[in-house]
Design a protein around this ligand. Structure first.
Ligand code: CDP
Length: 225
């Protein structure tokens, strides 16, 4: 049976990662969270402190080692050999990640890494530009959306007590800001690929989403290459 690439794009809080992880588990595929990679680069820059630009930036990014490893507990993100899976979800990284991921040398490096990780196929990859830039020939492309209210409610439920000083309105504002930055940048903006299937998840359960995407994937897998 052939293995395919499933690209899931969409704005923050649309349910991409949870859905992608479950679809991958059902199909026996590997889930690749590209947002975690941009978050790891953002953390490296925050820890570096001083602003870096030009050739120094290219050199800095080339010197970073971002890895996704798979443990019992799920996917873990490593930066230069250090497990940063929890750290990259903190508010400082979240509020800077859209700025960092708009930098062309950062994107070039991450896209190359993502293409290499999926060279064998059999992956579900989620992000903003997977169906448009990373894998424009992916066999199945999904664009997930949801109302800003539904996305803010979900994000609120996901956040641990570390960030519980935010109200749903704060979170909605942060999401809207990130959507705006991700959609308006010059390099690989968040946009729906022409051949992506749009799934609005506002009133849909995770189980239904997973079921629908898995069924679409099985159809594609059955088609000879
Ligand atoms: O999980 P959440 O929806 O908060 O976002 P994420 O998937 O972790 O992605 C964090 C940020 O990384 C996004 O807001 C984008 O700025 C950037 N990103 C990107 O530019 N391209 C991707 N393929 C994935 C993420």
């Amino acid at each position: 049976m052939r293995t395919i690439i499933i690209a899931i794009d969409g704005p923050a809080g649309s349910g991409k990662s949870t859905t992608a992880r479950l679809v991958a588990a059902r199909l026996g595929y590997t889930y690749i969270d590209t947002g975690a990679m941009y978050r790891a680069i953002t953390l490296a820059m925050l820890e570096h402190g001083a602003p870096i630009s030009g050739d120094m930036l290219a050199e800095f990014v080339a010197g970073l080692n971002v890895e996704l490893r798979y443990a019992e507990s799920g996917q873990r993100t490593y930066l230069n050999g250090r497990d940063v899976s929890e750290r990259i979800r903190h508010a400082d990284v979240t509020s800077d990640v859209s700025r960092v991921s708009a930098i062309p040398v950062v994107r070039t490096a991450m896209v190359a890494l993502q293409q290499q990780l999926a060279r064998q196929g059999g992956v579900v990859m989620d992000g903003r530009d997977i169906g448009t830039v990373v894998f424009p020939d992916a066999e199945l492309k999904i664009f997930m959306t949801a109302s800003i209210e539904a996305r803010a409610q979900r994000r609120m439920a996901e956040l641990g007590s570390e960030q519980n000083s935010f109200s749903v309105e704060d979170i909605a504002m942060q999401l809207a800001l990130r959507d705006e930055m991700d959609s308006s940048r010059d390099t690989s903006p968040l946009t729906k690929a022409d051949d992506a299937i749009v799934i609005d998840t506002s009133g849909v359960t995770i189980e239904e989403q997973v079921e629908r995407i898995t069924a679409l994937a099985r159809e594609r897998i059955a088609i000879p290459a």
